[in-house]
Design a protein around this ligand. Structure first.
Ligand code: SF4
Length: 346
């Protein structure tokens, strides 16, 4: 199948029969990944601070820097996160925070060094693109200099958070003070250039239209053509409870919207090997069904998660639970690492 254009993408996303999309997506998935297998990772998502001044309308997680509920974890407390993760056999820790107004560069590099030196079994998947921009601004550095310092400290993987919808029109509506589209993209391209891999994400189901969704897929497809640095694409639906944006958004996304998004991602992102479905963000039943819409990965165990939890969206499972859901979907579960390589047990 030849690459589809932006216009064709919009038409498919708006009007294609879901069954037809599914057939195309599954056929493409099976050219890139073993048809009978679905991968998963053992991971956890702690946070080092909830301080932030970006005021994103969809966010229930942050607190203003002078709020009584603000926290900043010490190096010792972050070490404890890693010890807990190690006990649970996690191979990936996704550490993120709000955009703290004055932590020094050493705060971040000390965390990376401590993790890589004391926990070689854990891959640090730390600090999303908006955090990189914020750290650069606070420390008077360029984004690429910050990424290079993080690389030198041992970091090799950057999470794809903060993408939401990569259409400036939508971002102006939902997070006007947050990072611009061009900056999110340039930071990921910089990360790939210094030698890191990264993921690309999308949060849909709020103020976007079909054209915005396809614009998002188009701009990350262009970067992937240039760098090949994205490991996977991870879409999820917006959770509106406890958020200011939730008062304005009347639509409610459905399971079929999610299946359509996964299938569309697989078809449009012809240069991505991995499309991730999620038991966590969409619920277990929808997660299991979604594996039949072109995804080849089921995300992680997410032992700790606080961002969605602040919207009241809480989902828990275990390694066995994840494996069981993959089996219920009709696939063999295969453990992978942060870089989508199989974990070979000694
Ligand atoms: S989404 Fe991130 S940048 Fe936006 S307010 Fe929440 S913590 Fe801050």
């Amino acid at each position: 199948m030849s690459r589809i254009t932006f216009e064709e993408g919009v038409e498919l996303y708006k009007n294609a029969d879901l069954f037809d999309l599914q057939q195309k997506a599954v056929a493409l998935r099976n050219t890139k990944n073993p048809a009978s297998e679905v991968t998963y990772v053992i991971d956890t998502n702690p946070n080092y601070t909830n301080a932030c001044e970006a005021d994103c309308l969809f966010c229930a997680f942050y607190r203003k820097p002078d709020d009584d509920e603000v926290y900043v974890k010490t190096l010792e407390e972050v070490r404890q996160f890693m010890l807990d993760a190690k006990k649970l056999n996690a191979t990936t820790v996704l550490l993120q925070g709000g955009l703290h107004p004055d932590l020094p560069l050493s705060y971040y590099t000390d965390i990376i060094k401590m993790t890589t030196e004391e926990f070689p079994e854990i891959v640090p998947h730390f600090f999303s693109a908006p955090e990189i921009q914020n750290i650069a601004e606070v420390c008077g550095m360029t984004d690429k200099e910050v990424l290079q310092e993080f690389y030198n400290a041992g970091q090799r993987s950057l999470p794809g958070g903060g993408a939401e919808i990569l259409s400036q029109k939508v971002r102006n509506r939902i997070s006007p003070k947050k990072q611009k589209v061009a900056k999110w993209l340039s930071i990921h391209e910089d990360a790939h250039e210094v030698g890191m891999r990264s993921t690309a994400t999308m949060m849909y189901g709020h103020r976007e239209e079909a054209e915005d969704v396809i614009e998002h897929l188009e701009v990350i497809r262009q970067i992937q053509d240039r760098t090949g640095g994205f490991t996977a694409f991870v879409p999820w639906s917006y959770k509106k409870d406890n958020t200011l944006l939730g008062k304005k958004v009347t639509r409610q996304t459905t399971a079929k919207d999610y299946y359509r998004m996964l299938a569309m991602s697989r078809i449009y992102l012809d240069n991505f090997n991995h499309i991730q479905a999620s038991w966590f963000s969409e619920g277990k039943d929808v997660g299991i069904q979604s594996l039949s819409y072109g995804a080849d990965d089921f995300g992680g165990t997410l032992f700790e998660e606080n961002v969605h939890a602040e919207t009241g969206h809480i989902n828990k499972t275990s390694v066995e639970g994840v494996k069981q859901m993959i089996r219920e979907g009709g696939f063999e579960p295969i453990q992978r690492d942060t870089f989508y390589e199989r974990v070979v047990k000694a």
